[in-house]
Design a protein around this ligand. Structure first.
Ligand code: BG6
Length: 509
């Protein structure tokens, strides 16, 4: 067991004011404020900082502080201690806005930030965070620009903006959004979030691949037969039907989170671990993915929607019966697909992706499946199909990695069995794993954009899936619902792999 050092040690963030647009929303309560408090508790925020909540809710500094205290108590990773909270809360301020496009509010924000530079010594550094619904992104950005808050006050100061997801709904809207934002902020100031990149086990994909010499030489089509990515959720739409029913699983999960995992698994070694080098390699992967055409949209992409069923021994409603969902909704809550990456490393190797709501359990896992040995040497191997070596990269809820290997069962005959070599974070490190938002907030504060999405990445991914969304509009919808809640999705998702002689693999069933 390794010594209990802090969960992560980063550089020193400079004094700054963080402005959260959408401060009264769910994301701020559930994720951002608990993450900020955890960073503070670990001594990872600067001495001098201010957090300004900007929202339409009729609050003042005191209501904001009290509400955020409750939020941290309810959703925080670390227990709330009164003295520490009080010290942290002294850095919280609130500005009530009329609307996200009301310039008077932004003038007031400007004044408030200037005053905080004096009183809280925030040095003119500003980190804006658009934690609002996407309709507000452009009004926020343009209003900041209109009052001059997009430019640093002086040479040594910085201004950055974090943009939450969803970033666009298709290629055209993502492009338009990029254009509008880049009109006001330079790309180097823009931090597009994908919270999967902040997950510890996702970052470990890079460390695992590029800090070990063991796997990299065999990390290619010659030794790997297929790659599977499963991001399963047992929850349904959880009161988010208004958003989800317009969006669906392809936009909500595949275009962003799953494709980010694909890039990390498939990318070439970057020349260095800086933001541009890493993102250059990721975007190359996205551009090498073979575009879907009408034929492959039909044969290599499966969409599903859950009907009533049982999850965690509890009966649950079907998607169409969820509050806020149209009774004839054709929104997909499940997607499975096969994609191919047309480059030298991966040509011909299927990447299977699947994600869905109301599946039997929450699990995110990548299975890298290696080829069988070229010769079947042992009788046992000939009699029954031996297991292939599989590397399971487990992202959540269990974080770790496991490698299946075949060994001889002790005894007089040459009988083989597949066993697991396991690494588990919790068994190896005493300290708790930080939440994704802790890492991402800190990185944005530090000015490290490695774990954020660049404009060309988001567009390359939308370019792949926009034809799919268009085709789904044209084609008659499948007979939804086509999987019962609590099952692993429609049977077609199994057939997708069975056609190639493959089957979905998960580490623990
Ligand atoms: C979000 C999606 O981006 O990711 C949600 O909008 C989904 O629908 C969530 O539930 C999953 O995130 P996590 O971290 O729980 O895997």
């Amino acid at each position: 067991m390794n010594s209990p050092t802090p969960a992560f040690v980063a550089g020193h963030p400079a004094p700054a004011a963080l402005v959260i647009f959408g401060a009264s929303g769910d994301l701020t309560r559930r994720k951002l404020m608990p993450a900020l408090y955890a960073l503070y508790a670990h001594g990872l925020l600067p001495q001098q900082f201010a957090i300004v909540g900007f929202s339409r809710r009729d609050w003042d500094d005191d209501t904001f502080r009290a509400t955020m205290r409750d939020a941290v108590a309810a959703f925080g990773r670390i227990p709330l201690e009164t003295a520490r909270w009080d010290a942290f809360a002294a850095h919280l301020f609130y500005l009530k806005a009329q609307g996200y496009d009301n310039l008077d509010d932004y003038h007031r924000l400007h004044e408030r930030l200037t005053a905080l530079d004096e009183s809280a010594h925030t040095a003119g550094n500003r980190l804006f965070y658009a934690a609002t619904p996407p309709q507000a992104f452009v009004p926020i950005v343009e209003s900041l620009g209109a009052v001059g808050l997009n430019h640093p006050l002086h040479e040594s100061a910085w201004v950055r903006i974090v943009i939450e997801k969803p970033f666009g709904t298709d290629l055209a809207s993502a492009r338009a959004l990029n254009t509008r934002i880049q009109h006001v902020f330079d790309e180097s100031q823009i931090y597009r979030i994908d919270h999967y990149l902040g997950k510890e086990a996702v970052q470990n994909l890079l460390a695992f691949r590029f800090a070990n010499s063991l796997f990299e030489p065999i990390w290619n089509r010659n030794h790997i037969e297929q790659v599977q990515i499963t991001v399963a959720e047992s929850i349904g739409v959880e009161g988010r039907a208004g958003y989800y029913d317009r969006v669906g699983a392809l936009r909500d999960m595949v275009q962003n989170h799953l494709m980010q995992l694909v890039t990390l698994i498939a990318m070439e070694p970057p020349a260095s671990f800086d933001a541009e080098a890493v993102r250059n390699e990721k975007v190359k992967v996205l551009r090498a993915v073979r575009p879907f055409d009408d034929e492959t949209i039909r044969t290599r992409i499966v969409r599903g929607q859950y009907g009533p069923g049982v999850v965690n021994e509890r009966p649950v409603r079907g998607y169409r019966e969820e509050e806020g969902v149209a009774p004839n909704s054709t929104t997909e809550t499940y997607v499975a697909l096969q994609l191919e990456i047309d480059n030298w490393r991966w040509a011909g190797i299927p990447f299977y992706l699947r994600t869905g709501k109301r599946l039997p359990r929450k699990v995110s896992e990548i299975a890298v499946i290696f080829r069988r040995p070229p010769l079947l040497l042992f009788d046992d191997q000939r009699r029954r199909k031996m297991e292939q070596n599989v590397l399971y990269l487990q992202i959540q809820p269990h974080e770790g990695l496991s490698l299946s290997v075949n060994i001889k069962i002790p005894g007089a005959t040459m009988r083989l069995e597949s066993v697991m070599m396991d690494f588990c974070y919790h068994g190896s490190f005493e300290f708790a794993i930080p939440e994704a938002y802790e890492r991402l907030l800190l990185d944005a504060w530090l000015g490290d954009a490695t774990l954020f999405i660049r404009a060309d990445e988001t567009e390359a991914s939308w370019a792949l899936f926009t034809p799919v969304l268009d085709a789904w509009q044209r084609l008659p919808p499948p007979a939804f619902p086509n999987y019962a809640a609590g099952t692993w999705g429609p049977p077609e998702a199994d057939e997708l792999l069975a056609r190639n002689g493959h089957a979905w693999k998960l580490m623990v069933l």
